[in-house]
Design a binder for this molecule. Structure first.
Ligand SMILES: N[C@@H](CCC(=O)N[C@@H](CS)C(=O)NCC(=O)O)C(=O)O
Length: 292
């Protein structure tokens, strides 16, 4: 064990300083809006307010899959929410998600606009609205939902636990890195054993796969926390096979591009999405840029 300074918790916790580490400057122990700021509304019934983090790409992968499958009602406007500068605390965003986290969706297609927050809830809402990417067979549907909720309960150990202490905390502490690396590897083994017997999590490609891929698929493909080697991800052969198959889907690539405003690969960044042709425009921009 490394030496860490002794800390005795006070009787009552108080917020008197930033805890340090990435995102520390925007974290605070109270909810609600900190500024008045309306959200933009585009031309489509579905308005997504998000960022291409693992939770964000769940929504855009699903919307792009729906469009690819011919569900034209899934056309959407995607607006970027810059969580590092506090956009999630604007009054308009808090009206859509009182929890101030991306992704958040507004559906204006009915008489009364419907807000949807929590990525798992957004996936289920869209699957039910369009009757797609969720098995109709009751047993398979229940199994798919079990895996969807498994992801929602498990990923905080990967992101808030392992990722935070391995990549974002101001110092490296052995105890939490060990604890959450062990839990993350246990989760990968849970997946690997299931995927040894099943091509996808339940009854064909579904919202369970989308949710799980966004975190664990991207992790084993080396896109999260630079931790692939540390976690020896290639030993989870069935997870690797499944992750690569989903990565090869064109809708996955488009979903990853939408609302991406970070990373070295600029060709993957489509900050806002308002029309399917935005992806082509992007290609055109790149061609023009290459010409100089
Ligand atoms: N359980 C939520 C978690 C969403 C979440 O943690 N979003 C992060 C980005 S991945 C966020 O908006 N963070 C901003 C903040 O914590 O202030 C979901 O799945 O939608």
């Amino acid at each position: 064990m490394t030496d860490t300074p002794e800390y005795t918790p006070p009787k009552v916790w108080t917020w008197d300083s930033e805890s340090g580490g990435k995102f520390a400057s925007i974290n605070r122990p109270i909810a609600g809006a900190t500024s008045e700021k309306d959200l933009p509304v585009g031309k489509h019934p579905l308005q997504l307010y998000s960022l291409a983090t693992p939770n964000g790409v769940k929504a855009t992968m699903m919307l792009e899959e729906l469009l690819a499958a011919g569900h034209n009602g899934a056309e959407y406007d995607a607006w970027i929410i810059d969580i590092s500068s506090g956009d999630q605390f604007g009054s308009g965003f808090v009206d859509v998600n009182p929890n101030s986290k991306i992704p958040a969706l507004m559906d204006h297609s009915g008489d009364t606009p419907q807000r949807v927050f929590e990525s798992g809830s957004i996936l289920l809402y869209l699957a039910e609205k369009f009757g797609a990417f969720l098995p109709t067979d009751p047993a398979q549907r229940t199994e798919a939902l079990s895996w969807l909720f498994w992801q929602m309960g498990s990923a905080p150990y990967l992101g808030g636990g392992f990722g935070h202490f391995y990549a974002y905390a101001p110092e490296k502490f052995e105890y939490p890195i060990n604890r959450f690396a062990m839990e993350t590897k246990r989760q990968l083994d849970v997946m690997d054993r299931h995927l040894a017997e099943n091509e996808y999590f339940s009854g064909g490609y579904s919202i369970a796969d989308i949710a799980i891929w966004a975190w664990y698929g991207q992790l084993v493909l080396g896109r999260l926390y630079s931790a692939a080697e540390f976690l020896d991800v290639t030993s989870y052969k069935n997870v690797m096979r499944w992750a690569e198959a989903i990565d090869a889907r064109p809708a996955t690539t488009r979903g990853r591009m939408v609302n991406r405003a970070f990373g070295d690969d600029l060709s993957l960044q489509l900050h806002e999405r308002h029309d399917a042709s935005d992806f082509d425009t992007k290609t055109q921009d790149k061609i023009e840029a290459a010409k100089g």
